[in-house]
Design a protein around this ligand. Sequence first.
Ligand code: GDP
Length: 365
Amino acid sequence: GLQCGIVGLPNVGKSTLFNAISSGKAEAANYPFCTIEPNVGVVTVPDERLNTLEELVKPQKVVPTIIEFVDIAGLVKGASQGAGLGNKFLANIREVDAIVHVIRCFEDENIVHVEGRVDPVFDKEIIDAELQLKDLESVEKKMQRIDKAARVGDAKAKAELELLKQYKAALEAGKSARTVQASPEEREAAIGDLALLTVKPVIYVANVDEASLPDGNQYSEKLKAAVADEGAEVIVISAGIESQISEMEDPEERELFLGEYGLTESGLSKLIKASYRLLGLITYFTAGVKEVRAWTIHRGWKAPQAAGVIHSDFEKKFIRAQVMKLPDFAQYKTEAGVREAGKLSVEGKEYIVQDGDIMEFLHGA
Ligand code: GDP
């Protein structure tokens, strides 16, 4: 499944947020290293379109798609040199698809700040620096490895070395590998085998006190300004409020509670949606009477590849797909109605699945 790793300095609110995500499995406590094992929390991806489909189809069950969050603890200054749980957290980060970087944007005298003061930009740089140092090591190792080949005129090694030099320069300048411009092919050749940490897409979570909802405060503003050139999103969340929301089962009660803080949706919901956007993910649906279900794919995937998410055989033995658009289905109510209106399309192997498509796959035996 898709995984987002939650990172950040100790005592910034990671466990509190993680708790809210996984409804109470991790321990939040007021000291560094309290979350030693990487915990995995699973959330369903909120999607109003599933409600529409449920009303139309009245299926036996509805299955939303999921996203996993991993609480990655132990990131402190010096981690790249093995301080704290250095190498363990780095190995954990290598495995995730995206990074959720939680940054403390709240003041509270009772909660120790490991660096002694609240400074979101400085905190972000501490974490970035540790990841960048580790990446620099990987890049330098590879440069040494291919240096000889490049010098004896191997064109492929030469090209890779040129790009690796750019990565090295960026990392040495305190920039992340994701800021280096290169074509996907060049990038794959040069660093595809390195599993760099700072190429992974990132979302920043500004953890604010409840009084700073919904728009944030001076700290979250500073953070936004500092990451503006990365094109990264900053999501304002109050981890404490999120954990309260996560305990509310009644949707109406939730909505009222959110309203009190000027919120229209939970921070978690914002975070999930942002993760989706960040990773270039889209959803298609299957809508049978047994099951209405949402499936996650990458933007740009063709029909057979999308079918493969359901079952690998669907991809291998793909024949064609029948596609309805949700607004048409909502208007004509049944598949037969959509067909009669001439809005049901039959697509082949080259069809690029669109967000919100209702798909039915025909495959060989
Ligand atoms: P972690 O070390 O990053 O996992 O941080 P925790 O989630 O354990 O939080 C550290 C402490 O900060 C806990 O006592 C939390 O209750 C508290 N905390 C988390 N978020 C907030 C917040 O938004 N405001 C305030 N005042 N305290 C918070």
